[in-house]
Design a protein around this ligand. Structure first.
Ligand code: SF4
Length: 181
């Protein structure tokens, strides 16, 4: 049997969704027996590979690097899952949107709140430029499955992944599986 290529990607989120993934506990052994994890913050791979079967995307699109990454991920992945409320709606990451641009946040954090050496970090190629507006993943690329929750529970994550392992489409329905927060 062909093993699925699974990836997980961490964009503009707090990593709580990935922590919840680790809460799958012993089911991770079942999962590991059926998939090859080919890209993830859990491993040291620099380049997002071609031919990914399933990818979980944590976080919203908040900077130029996220924007580039999500387009690459979409091109190279068959099933893209918006993983958690930040990916699905923008959630916490998008709280700065009413300020109108990234500038007020940068001023507050790095200038007004600085104890020493107030300066906005700028290093092209190293520090990615913040986008003026944070967007959910589906605003940039097509999403195949939405997995809400802040974070989604391990039960919910399993309910999304297990059918895919059997070549089926997950049917997430009911409060337990689709409510936000
Ligand atoms: S959805 Fe919640 S847990 Fe997941 S990255 Fe966003 S804030 Fe963190």
């Amino acid at each position: 049997m062909t093993r699925l290529k699974l990836a997980t990607v961490w964009l503009g989120g707090c990593s709580g969704c990935h922590m919840s993934f680790l809460d799958l506990d012993e089911w991770l052994f079942d999962l590991a027996a059926q998939v090859d994890l080919v890209y993830s913050p859990f491993m040291d791979t620099k380049e997002y590979p071609e031919g990914v079967d399933v990818v979980l995307i944590e976080g919203a699109i908040a900077n130029e690097e996220h924007l580039h990454m999500i387009k690459t991920v979409r091109e190279r992945s068959q099933i893209l899952i918006s993983f958690g409320d930040c990916a699905v709606t923008g959630n916490v990451t998008a709280l700065r949107n009413p300020l109108g641009s990234a500038e007020p946040v940068l001023q507050r954090c790095y200038i007004e709140a600085a104890d020493i050496h107030p300066q906005i970090p700028q290093e092209p190629g190293i520090v990615p430029q913040l986008l003026d507006r944070v967007t959910p993943v589906h605003a940039v690329v097509p999403v195949d499955i939405y997995l809400p929750g802040c974070p989604p529970s391990a039960t919910r994550i399993k309910a999304a992944l297990e059918p895919i392992l059997h070549g089926e489409t997950p049917q997430l329905a009911g409060r337990e599986f689709i409510k936000f927060g």
